[in-house]
Design a protein around this ligand. Sequence first.
Ligand code: PLP
Length: 244
Amino acid sequence: MTEEERSRYLDFLRERRTEILQRMQDACARAGRSPEEVTLLGVSKTVGVEEVALAWQAGYRAFAENRPQELDRKLAGIEADHPEMAGVRFDMIGNLQKNKINHVIGRVGLIHSISSAQLAEAVSKRSEAHGIVSRVLLEVNVSGEESKSGFAPDEALEALDGLMGLGGISIEGLMTMAPAHDPDAARRTFSGLRELRDRMRERSGLELSTLSSGMSDDYPIAIEEGSTIVRLGRTVFSPAYEVR
Ligand SMILES: *Cc1c(COP(=O)(O)O)cnc(C)c1O
């Protein structure tokens, strides 16, 4: 980017961030929640290190990636060129293959995408080998769409006992993705996630305080239904994205 392009993009990021924070605050008000309960993650998977650094300048403090290789690239670029971002939080939100786990362990704030008991076991084992406990969420396919990964709700409930015994992970809550372009289905998905969390909490005694739900098209609904982390990509980073 030229200096002028950078400056224009920074203006865009700042204005859009103000708008997003306002919509988050409004959704919290409608639900009688405090805005401090909800964390905003900038999903940076489609942009480069330069855009992420500008987003940092615009006020974003936490980001998310969906591919381990891209996480490597972002962290290396930040370490090389952006000392101001030392200690920045990146979360992993995408499908995690077992042979890529080592790219992620100890380098992310939270792993949102634990989609099977096998993956939970593998992450736990690698974490223990690194001498750490990884904070994770169980990804649940609440809507039941074929295309989506994650535990079926009943499966998550059944698996929990076994997963609680794993020493290398701390299960902090649940994550889901809603069907696109269908606000009613999205709301049912987000409320279903919260209800499942309540049942799992009762059964296990775990707090499960984190609900990762809501993307660019549906985050106000997710917040109304209890989300504590919204994962926003297009609306944060893309000037072409149309806010409706
Ligand atoms: C890309 C992605 C997002 C962000 O989606 P937008 O619609 O661009 O906000 C959120 N969560 C996951 C898991 C993603 O892969």
